[in-house]
Design a binder for this molecule. Sequence first.
Ligand code: M6R
Length: 357
Amino acid sequence: GFAGFDDHMSKEIAEQPEVAARTIDALAPGVGDGSLWHGLVLPRFERVAVIGCGTSLNAGRVIASAFERLGGVPSTSFIASEAAETVIEPGTLMIALSQSGETADVLRAVDELDLSRSSLVAITNNEHSTLARRADSVLTCQAGPEIGVAATKTFVAQVVTGVATALSALVATGRMTPGEAARQVDDLKRLPDLLAHAIAVSSEALPPVVDSVLDEPGFLFLGRGSGIVFAAEGALKLKELSYRWAEHYPAGELKHGPLALIQEGTPVVVIDSGERRLESNIAEVEARGGRVIRIGGPGSTVPALGQSLTAPFPGAMDRWGPLESVVPLQMLARELAKALGHDVDKPRNLAKSVTVE
Ligand code: M6R
């Protein structure tokens, strides 16, 4: 066994509270005075662009929205395999995310983009990787080795590292006061408890949910605002591990097409990041017989988000997203895959590090 766990993935999910705590402890001292930022090249920037693939791209999207929502910095994200045609404007802080640091699509993008008037920061779990060598500055994640092909704890480490960097950069460039940054860091320090709570709650709540969807061929994942990227991550995990079709949408798009997919029993996972308009989208799904699996919020199936721990949810994380929502999504995908008899550490057709284009 793997230290009492059934598989690497379950161990890596369980490690997330401690990974978050370690990462926050390592970075927090450099946030409030902007010094985390001082080692990085490019003291001034006007905009942020992130690149990555798969789960790393999703982490990048969360980080981009932290720059945008906390500091008003225009931010975009690019799929690495499609980034080469992109025009990178002067004064762009370019952030490349890759757990392995060896993903061919990311390395190719870094080679082909014109980064002469911008600066490249790498966020990676491998400080000796090719990506780390090519970047102007490197932030190493504190996740430790990840064996399961599905990225879990490295997603959490990437998001925390990126958000801490964003806070430090906003202080260093006068966009945020040190006091506000300190408040944000205090909020971030709640994350290990929120993740542990999410693990405990999900272990209780998910088994009957999984039983009820075993025969469903397809899943929809919905969110609004900061919840959208977590819907994307949940759908990616579910496809990768269970081999079932899964789509993610901003919930507002439902009535512009995907609502036609809903029939009796269709599972629809909703990330409730506190957006009021989600209620009418949920009602639309239920009216067609869809089975709503609600992560967080009132009447949730899996009450795993911060607002159910201490109401009302007071923090800043509600601006860049409920990071702890990734836990029930990872566990849903894993438990469904297990129930279907799949190897969750080595899903078919996939490799841990994708070194071909
Ligand atoms: O090593 P990287 O972070 O660059 O890998 C990127 C993707 O291949 C990776 O995140 C993939 O999407 C995961 N298997 C998803 O769980």
